[in-house]
Design a protein around this ligand. Structure first.
Ligand code: C2O
Ligand code: CU
Length: 540
């Protein structure tokens, strides 16, 4: 495999959006950041220079990094952050991924502006399993605060309440012309009638699952999270923070201009949704009188859980001879992880009121250690983490009541991981709860893709629900939105030794503690063992 090399200089740059100017953290001064292009199976080296004022790390979201968690990126999980003024050379080791992934900062909330696309083409001599598009374009969905994002985070932690909502969503860095001072920058996709375009859609927003649609046009999903899907033609998609979709758009409508638009699904924060809709324009080339204004697509209502679940549950992997489905059938390790929003008493905590918001998995609210778990594991440093992350028996939540079962009122703090044997077959049932009303949680696992074999509303029933699992063509993903007051089941084979973070990809939930990690042990064979660290790991 060939090697490509990139330079990422993390530094501040001044950007004007929504009529005001501020400094944001960027890579190479670009927002969104540079796109990395690669071919399946390549290794890429990125020299990351931190020329900003704060600590940073960079993560390659959805890249499995076989046996090499060292440059995966989540701070205090696989490395300590890169301090201002220093450099870390990171390997991106591609293996089975093909399609669209992305990279983002993984330190506090710096990923708000430090992110970009990773586009992985088939190997020479092989093709995508769909007709070649005439052109392709990344569509990166993001979020913009007029104030400094660090200040939003600090205020959230100081008050113990929900953070201030963003001032708009973004398409390729732009709020779109429905927002003030945003007309000239609005992203435009120029198309020719009769041609097909491959949209590589990434949800890089910090806080919200989004609906996305294009007026008068259908979209055909052909891939998600760096693997192919059976074609799925829809009016809208639902995309969680962390997820990617490869979507074909046929320019087959009357030449005109049309809006593409994104808005929040299930924002728990009660904003005026229509004002937050972000738009970009699909514009046909040629001579015609465009309608004024362009037509807006219809998007499902902000709390339309059925619309969200209907889309997400329709995804299927290709499961053909060239792209076989390898879902584990016999499960050695069965885990049940509950996902909750909670409150903590403030007594010994840093917050103002009598309680603060928290999140937890199995009633443990993750506490970041001060040296990374990978280093502690590799060098046998004790006292950094515990290896007793529990699995719970199926619990029965009363989803008709707002009040949670009392032992779930208050979680405990902890830094607990779960240890998996090499090549063990693992199933995780994520059970949503209704504590503090509940919301969807897009759960993301580093180091792996997993098959999503089932989901449902209400309580998971261990006798009945597994009978309905899809073990034929379940979608292969790295992020799955566990439906509000419902559950989802994933399966994977623990064939990648290392330390791998797992967390909710809604940033405030990650900060509040909806996180854990797996340590996957080495196998016996030397080929099944973690590689040694690079010599330039940032010091702790
Ligand atoms: Cu998109 Cu822990 O990452
Ligand atoms: Cu969450």
């Amino acid at each position: 495999a060939s090697t490509r090399r990139h330079t990422f200089v993390v530094r501040e740059a001044s950007y004007t959006r929504l009529c005001s100017t501020k400094n944001i953290l960027t890579v190479n001064g670009q927002f969104p950041g540079p796109t990395i292009y690669a071919k399946k199976g390549e290794t890429i080296i990125v020299d990351v220079y931190n020329r900003g004022k704060e600590n940073v790390t960079i993560h390659w979201h959805g890249v499995k990094m076989p046996k090499y968690p060292w440059t995966d990126g989540p701070e205090y999980i696989t490395q300590c952050p890169i301090p201002p003024g220093s450099k870390f050379s990171q390997k991106i080791i591609l293996s089975s991924e093909e399609g669209t992934l992305w990279w983002h900062a993984h330190s506090d909330w710096t990923r708000a502006t430090v992110h970009g696309a990773i586009i992985i083409y088939p190997k020479n001599g092989t093709k995508h399993p769909f007709p070649k598009p005439n052109a392709e374009v990344p569509i990166i969905l993001g979020e913009w605060w007029k104030s400094d994002v660090n200040a939003v985070l600090e205020e959230m932690l100081a008050t113990g309440t929900d953070p201030n909502v963003s001032d708009s969503y973004l398409i390729n860095g732009q709020p779109g012309d429905l927002h003030p001072c945003s007309k000239s920058g609005t992203f435009k996709l120029m198309v020719d009638h009769g041609k097909t375009y491959l949209l590589r859609i990434i949800n890089a927003a910090l806080q919200d699952i989004l609906f996305f649609s294009i007026a008068k046009h259908k979209m055909t999903v052909v891939g998600t999270d760096g693997s192919y899907t059976k074609p799925l033609t829809r009016d809208y998609i639902t995309i969680s923070p962390g997820q990617t979709f490869d979507v074909l758009l046929e320019a087959n409508q009357r030449p005109d201009h049309y809006y593409m638009a994104a808005k929040a699904y299930s924002s728990a924060q009660g904003v005026a949704y229509d004002n937050t809709t972000t738009t970009a324009i699909v514009q046909y080339r040629g001579y015609y009188t465009p309608s004024s204004p362009p037509s807006l697509p219809h998007l499902p209502g902000h709390n339309d859980t059925n619309a969200s679940v209907h889309f997400t549950s329709s995804l299927r992997s290709l499961a053909d001879a060239e792209h076989p489905c390898n879902v584990p059938l016999n499960i050695g390790t069965k885990l049940i992880y509950t996902l909750s929003q909670n409150t903590f008493p403030c007594a010994n905590d840093s917050c103002l009121g009598s309680t603060r918001l928290a999140t937890s998995i199995n009633n443990i609210s993750f506490q970041s250690p001060t040296i990374d778990i990978l280093q502690a594991y590799y060098y046998n440093i004790s006292g950094v983490y515990g290896d007793k992350f529990p699995s719970v028996p199926p619990l029965v939540f009363d989803f008709t009541a707002e009040d949670p079962p009392s032992k779930y009122d208050t979680p405990r703090n902890g830094t607990e991981v779960r240890v998996l044997e090499y090549n063990s077959t693992v199933e995780i049932v994520f059970q949503g709860t209704n504590l503090l009303a509940g919301t969807d949680h897009p759960m993301h696992l580093h180091g792996y893709s997993f098959y999503v074999v089932g989901w449902g509303f209400g309580n998971f029933d261990k006798n009945r629900d597994p009978l309905r699992y899809n073990l034929v063509d379940p979608p292969l993903q790295n992020t799955i939105a566990v439906p509000k007051k419902g559950w989802a089941t994933i399966r994977f084979k623990a064939s990648n030794p290392g330390v791998w973070f797992m967390h909710c990809h809604i940033e405030r939930h990650l900060t509040w503690g909806m996180d854990t990690a797996f340590i996957v042990k080495n196998g016996k064979h030397p080929e099944a063992q973690m590689l040694p660290p690079p010599s330039d790991m940032p010091p702790c």
